[in-house]
Design a protein. Structure first.
Length: 82
């Protein structure tokens, strides 16, 4: 099943994503450092697509599938020793 976001809002610590299927996800901003450190105006400058959320000025793209799988920011993962 593929669902998309229809609305997005923020509080001080959480990004709330309302999905087309009626579910609402609460995502800790700590999972996405660019959003955590962004101003409220920068956070509000998003666009929605069938695949996810996008902030042009923050260079941030978040997929709904990734949120549903519990994945945070994948671009700054620390290196693990082999």
């Amino acid at each position: 099943m593929n669902t998309s976001a229809k609305e997005l809002r923020f509080d001080d610590h959480t990004m709330w994503v309302e999905l087309e299927d009626g579910r609402t996800l609460g995502i800790p901003l700590a999972w996405f450092p660019r959003l955590l450190h962004a101003t409220p105006e920068q956070r509000a400058a998003y666009s929605l697509s069938t695949r996810g959320l996008h902030w042009d000025t923050l260079d941030e793209d978040i997929s709904v599938d990734g949120l549903l799988a519990g994945r945070g920011d994948m671009s700054h993962r620390p290196h693990q020793a082999a």
